[in-house]
Design a protein around this ligand. Structure first.
Ligand code: NAD
Ligand code: UGA
Length: 465
């Protein structure tokens, strides 16, 4: 007989932990949900009375937090107390690509996950269900289990894998209406009971048919595979965009033509300056690393090509700006519209904008960026993280503007790096009037009306057209 969950703790109050737990708390008013993090500022922001200060921007998140916070949803830095109280603990910490040692630049860095497991082992005095929410290499549950099962204090643990499939910018609707919820666990009676406890939590709002259960390893692996397939679609259409540019085919027409085949499907076929985000690259590299470690070299090479293509697409976009501007951008002002890795998020991790800016700054361009949700501090931090040049130099070449019309004033070219809706409704005549001529637009997202801009006098280049 399975246990009814009364108290949940989630370690990690980031892009996944925060929104996911907010929805679990909203839909299960009888479960106490405490989200904990080591980062004091982040927790303070989650607790801010002013909901516009929440550390993550996600449409609809503020309303859910307002409904549940203080009722059965709590944000705290007291990790130990939350662990002690909980009968179910989610691990939702970051699992970045390793930057040192074996597997540097490829493998997932599991130190934060292991620290969580050790802290749970140390603090727990009653039986717990531990849920992997972070994206992890297949077989990680084995390591977590081994840490938890060797405390010698008699506390029993069940490990579940429950990967998250939300996309940023649409997190709240994805969580409220998931295509599926995946739960993996041991196929023993105890494992199955633990799975059922978590099924009940989601069952508060997700139809049973959409909650699927598997063994642990299928669940862990499925998360990496889902991201690999999604990223592969973007790289596939981006590869075709280059072919379109060389042949006068139009990538949007090609995408539409193939997408109407129900076996292919219309989604995720938008050519772009390249995918970004914290996960696609990291998770594919992880998959490549695992395959290589198992001696599956062809499998590794196959998936690595998705990353190679994406890097190429970003470089190609930057190089095209340089060659179109008469092979020199030195001292020229180039305005970026957008810095986030996609619209409706303030997340900039691995955004194509960072790499395009870096390449153009190599050519001594002056970049002026406008993004409706990203701060100047964040942009500098993103560029500095690449360690291409000193922070002082980066600050000299990259400026942030909070007014889009100021960002484009006097610019030789505009590059659209994020598909924010507001870009479409700008006064493009006014923008044209205030730019250097010829006025170039490089639409890295194919969001602007090319014909209308050309009628004004702009020289426009899009992706795959
Ligand atoms: P994040 O960096 O936004 O949040 C992680 C948080 O964990 C940070 O605030 C950090 O301070 C905290 N943390 C780290 N170690 C801790 C510890 N020992 N104790 C307490 N707090 C600790 O990361 P994220 O984007 O939420 O991603 C988390 C995981 O979810 C990753 O494995 C990621 O691959 C996966 N994922 C992310 C997304 C997404 O859209 N961002 C979607 C699906 C899955
Ligand atoms: C992605 C997956 O969609 C989620 O299911 C998954 O949970 C998540 O990764 C994760 O594991 O972190 P996310 O990165 O938030 O979500 O956003 P996506 O909508 O997938 O976009 C990723 C990148 O691909 C963006 O830069 C986007 O602009 C780009 N993209 C997407 C395209 O260039 N073309 C497309 O057709 C679709």
């Amino acid at each position: 007989i399975h246990k009814k969950i009364k108290s949940i703790c989630c370690i990690g109050a980031g892009y996944v932990g925060g929104p996911t737990m907010s929805v679990i708390a909203q839909k299960n008013p009888d479960i106490k949900v405490t989200v904990v993090d080591l980062n004091e500022q982040r927790i303070a922001d989650w607790n801010d009375a002013d909901l516009s200060k929440l550390p993550i921007f996600e449409p609809g998140l503020d309303a859910v937090v307002e409904e549940a916070r203080g009722r059965n949803l709590f944000f705290s830095t007291d990790v130990n107390q939350a662990i002690a109280e909980a009968d179910m603990i989610f691990i939702s910490v970051n699992t970045p690509t390793k930057t040192y040692g074996a597997g540097k630049g490829m493998a997932a860095d599991l130190k934060y996950v292991e620290l969580c497991a050790r802290q749970i082992a140390e603090v727990a005095t009653s039986d717990k269900i531990v849920v992997e929410k972070s994206t992890l290499p297949v077989k990680t549950a084995q390591a977590i289990k081994s840490i938890l099962d060797n405390t010698g204090n008699g506390v029993k643990f069940q490990i579940l894998s429950n990967p998250e499939f939300l996309a940023e910018g649409t997190a709240m609707t994805d969580l409220a209406n998931p295509d599926r919820v995946l739960i993996g666990g041991d196929q023993t009676p105890e494992g199955k009971a633990a799975i059922q406890s978590l099924v009940d939590v989601y069952g508060a709002w997700v139809p049973q048919a959409q909650i699927i259960t598997t063994n642990l390893w299928s669940s862990e692996l499925s998360k990496l595979v889902a991201n690999a397939f999604l990223a592969q679609r973007v790289s596939s259409i981006n590869a075709i965009s280059e072919l379109c540019e060389a042949t006068q085919a139009n990538v949007e027409e090609v995408a539409r033509a193939i997408g109407m085949d129900s076996r292919i499907g219309p989604k995720f076929l938008k050519a772009s300056v390249g995918f970004g985000g914290s996960c696609f690259q990291k998770d594919i590299l992880n998959l490549v690393y695992i395959s290589k470690s198992l001696g599956l070299n062809e499998v590794a090479d196959y998936w690595e090509q998705v990353i190679i293509m994406n890097n190429h697409q970003r470089d190609r976009f930057a190089n095209n700006i340089v060659s179109t501007l008469y092979n020199t951008v030195s001292g020229k002002k180039i305005a970026f519209l957008g810095w986030a890795f996609k619209k409706d998020t303030n997340d900039t991790r691995e955004s194509a904008a960072i790499y395009v800016a870096d390449r153009l700054i190599d050519e001594q361009a002056q970049i002026y960026v406008y993004d409706p949700k990203v701060s100047a501090k964040q942009m500098q931090a993103d560029l500095n993280y690449l360690s291409t040049r000193t922070e002082t130099e980066n600050a000299k070449y990259l400026q942030t503007q909070t007014d889009p019309y100021k960002a484009v004033e006097g610019a030789h070219a505009i590059a659209v790096l994020t598909e924010w809706d507001e870009f479409k409704s700008y006064d493009w005549q006014k923008i044209y009037d205030n730019m250097s001529k010829p006025a170039f637009v490089f639409d890295g997202r194919n969001v602007l009306n090319q014909e209308a801009l050309e009628a004004i006098g702009f020289q426009v280049q899009s992706i795959g057209k």
